[in-house]
Design a protein. Structure first.
Length: 224
């Protein structure tokens, strides 16, 4: 019998990442949040993670209210105490009021949506819930850099670059504050698990390490 969408997601990601790999990813994201993404939030911020996956970002970012959204029915098992877990579609955030979020984050998610119409609907919801002073941060594999390896993941549907994402955000009424064609490596899966010290060094070297190893774009935008 075919699995329902949520069950299918749960089963696929259970196979894709071992428990040790998930632990290694969590360590990496702790450093990324502390050393990079914390600049966008404060202890009083409301932070929304769309397509939260295993909650590596939202578990480690500071904020007075932290919200994870994903279709995986096991989302709550990954969210730490204090993180709100909502099993919902990314274009249906009706549980959030207009202009109620300071920072909307999404990493390696938009490419998993079925088509560009779904991406546009998701971004429209992000903009709706964003405060006038808030920011949206989007990350994902840059098809121009990753090329054929992009399709190694069965659930990749829409190829994107920093340019296409920038165009979408600008057409959605946002202004671009930061745009990096290359930021993080394509995947954290590998023979040698990344260590926090190496992640700090990678971020400290900035453009040098990004240019050599970065294969994911990062775009940050704010309301005009």
């Amino acid at each position: 019998m075919p699995l329902a969408d949520g069950q299918w997601l749960s089963a696929m990601y259970a196979r894709r990442f071992t428990a040790d790999e998930r632990l290694a990813k969590a360590r990496v994201w702790r450093v990324l949040c502390q050393s990079y993404f914390a600049r966008y939030v404060s202890p009083t911020s409301t932070v929304l993670d769309v397509g939260a996956g295993h909650c590596e970002f939202i578990n480690h970012i500071p904020g007075a209210r932290r919200i994870a959204v994903d279709l995986n029915p096991e989302l709550a098992t990954y969210a730490e105490l204090g993180v709100e877990a909502h099993v919902a579609a990314s274009h249906e955030l009706g549980f959030l009021a207009n202009e109620s979020v300071d920072f909307v984050f999404s990493s390696n998610f938009l490419e998993h949506l079925p088509d560009k119409a779904a991406i546009r609907a998701t971004v429209a919801e992000m903009v709706r819930v964003l405060k006038p002073t808030g920011r949206i941060c989007l990350m994902g594999p840059n098809i121009r850099v990753v090329r054929g390896a992009y399709w190694d993941y069965y659930d990749h549907h829409v190829p994107l670059t920093e340019r296409s994402v920038t165009e979408l955000l600008e057409n959605s009424g946002l202004r671009i504050e930061e745009c990096l064609p290359r930021f993080l490596p394509y995947t954290l899966k590998g023979r040698l698990p990344p260590r926090p010290l190496f992640v700090r060094l990678y971020l400290a070297l900035g453009p040098v390490s990004y240019r050599v190893l970065g294969k994911q774009f990062l775009v940050v935008a704010a309301k005009r």
